[in-house]
Write a protein that binds this ligand. Structure first.
Ligand SMILES: Cc1cc2nc3c(=O)[nH]c(=O)nc-3n(C[C@H](O)[C@H](O)[C@H](O)COP(=O)(O)O)c2cc1C
Length: 164
């Protein structure tokens, strides 16, 4: 669907790969935030993805993307989030980048869809856990890459139902 835009930031390609799979499943446009324009954020449905770098930092290319996002009127926009990280090596900052995106959009978006259970993950702290659940799809291609495809399929089904 052309009215769904997947916008992602990715340093080594893992988030890009997940973004492409999500976009393909939904028939959505897929845009690297590094080359995103203000107009890319003007879509009825935004699916935003980021990995986490440093200790709990948003993926680098989101630095300019977040400014564009900040200037976007989200009052009629449905938003879903996905994040990639490493729950073992960065157990105290797992998916913090997704949490940062959530903090940016949650107060302004018409609706947030795609929250998921944190059960079965091994992290000890995450900014992406809000009220006991992940604020979006939680992926870990470092330790559980074999689970990624099934998690994406399940999540795409979930958000499709929540948006219906
Ligand atoms: C130096 C470094 C710092 C990282 N920091 C975090 C972190 O704080 N939290 C986390 O969940 N993952 C962290 N990661 C894991 C990456 O987010 C993970 O490898 C991810 O799949 C990268 O996705 P990308 O290639 O799309 O950028 C870090 C990885 C590296 C190499």
């Amino acid at each position: 669907m052309a009215n769904i835009k997947v916008i992602y930031g990715s340093t080594t390609g893992s988030t890009e790969s997940a973004a492409q799979k999500i976009a393909d499943a939904l028939g959505a446009d897929c845009v690297n935030v590094a080359s995103a324009k203000a107009d890319d954020f003007n879509a009825p449905v935004l699916i935003l993805g980021t990995s986490t770098w440093g200790v709990g930092d948003l993926q680098d290319d989101w630095q300019t993307g977040i400014d564009l996002l900040h200037k976007t009127d989200l009052s009629n926009t449905t938003v879903a989030l996905f994040g990639l990280g490493d729950q073992d090596s960065f157990a105290d900052s797992y998916l913090d980048g997704m949490g940062t995106l959530y903090e940016e959009v949650a107060p302004r978006a018409a609706k947030i869809v795609g929250k998921t259970s944190a059960d079965g993950y091994r992290h000890s702290a995450s900014r992406a856990v809000v009220d006991g659940v992940f604020c979006g799809l939680a992926l870990d291609d470092v330790n559980e890459s074999e689970k990624t495809d099934a998690r994406i399929v399940e999540w795409v089904k979930q958000i499709s139902e929540e948006m219906a």
